[in-house]
Design a protein around this ligand. Structure first.
Ligand code: GLU
Length: 298
């Protein structure tokens, strides 16, 4: 085992579906072909979205598909001490401020590349009299963050213009995804993040947080997101069907082919072990289409 450490970080909002399987397969193939380790983290921080039993179901499906992870699964809902420490570290830098704005109050500020509102900085100079703090935000400076994505190519974000000061602790008291993911990737010693391109726009925020927290920035590879025939991202909301572990080889072949790897169709009727043998011998990240999203062929 060398220094490479990859990970798969599903949110347990439902059973594993084809969209999340893509991130699992791509990150696993990258880790295995680099002779590295592969870890799993359950991103169950958002209790409003987590579904009881989904985490176990996802892990059981991964096992039946032949994925083997290193060590214990990290569980975000048990990491509040680490998140509080990271937040304190940012507060000590003077980069955190309380914000009283509701969603409605920022509803007319401009939209960014991901359709998110750019925070106009209303509470930057302090809360208006009588207003109560809801969320905590990170003060973004004139940081322009550039990185080379191993699939999507060069990416550059002017954080102040495209994102604005972003939330670290939500109004409901939960730590925001951006801070949790950075804290966890550092704690798990992740050297390479391979995930869906729907998170490409989050990466510059995560790199800024890594710099401020003094932790290493991993390499990034964002694979295309799977869309259904209506052009919607496969997700629980769009009723993506669960992966049927009893037909695991067929699902793995479908995922590999979507990711630009020409797995022979005949492997669909084999076993997950045989598909993995083919995948580890042939996986090539350069074959992954340089696209943010693609429709899943029926
Ligand atoms: N939990 C996130 C998701 O399921 C993935 C986070 C990440 O890979 O950074 O979309």
């Amino acid at each position: 085992m060398n220094g490479y450490r990859g990970r798969f970080a599903p949110s347990p909002t439902g059973p594993l579906h084809f969209g999340s399987l893509l991130a699992a397969v791509a990150s696993y193939c990258e880790a295995r072909t680099h002779g590295g380790g592969w870890l799993v983290r359950m991103e169950d921080l958002d209790v409003t979205r987590s579904v009881p039993g989904a985490a176990d179901e996802i892990l059981r499906t991964l096992e039946r598909l032949g994925f083997a992870w290193e060590g214990e699964v990290m569980v975000q809902s048990r990491r509040s001490v680490a998140y509080a420490e990271a937040l304190e570290q940012l507060q000590a830098l003077g980069r955190v401020y309380p914000c009283a704005c509701s969603r409605k109050e920022i509803a007319d500020s401009s939209l960014n590349f991901d359709g998110e509102r750019v925070y106009p900085g209303t509470c930057r100079v302090g809360l208006a009299p009588g207003r109560e703090a809801r969320a905590l935000r990170l003060r973004v400076g004139d940081e322009v963050i550039g990185f080379e994505d191993a699939v999507q190519g060069p990416v550059r974000h002017d954080l102040a213009r495209a994102i604005g000061d972003f939330v670290l602790r939500r109004a409901d008291g939960l730590i925001a995804y951006q801070l949790a993911v950075v804290t966890d990737d550092a704690a798990q010693g992740i050297t390479d993040v391979v995930r869906g391109a729907d998170l490409l726009g989050s990466t510059s925020r995560q790199i800024l947080l890594q710099r401020l927290l003094g932790v290493a920035t991993p390499g990034y590879a964002h694979v295309p997101v799977a869309l259904n025939a209506a052009g919607e991202k496969l997700s629980k909301q769009t009723l993506a069907p669960a992966i049927d572990a009893a037909r695991g080889a067929a699902s793995l072949v479908r995922a590999l082919r979507f990711l630009g790897q020409p797995a022979p169709e005949a492997l669909r009727r084999s076993s997950p072990g045989e598909v993995w043998s083919w995948a580890f011998a042939h996986w090539d990240l350069a074959g992954v289409p340089r696209q943010r999203s693609m429709e899943v062929p029926v």
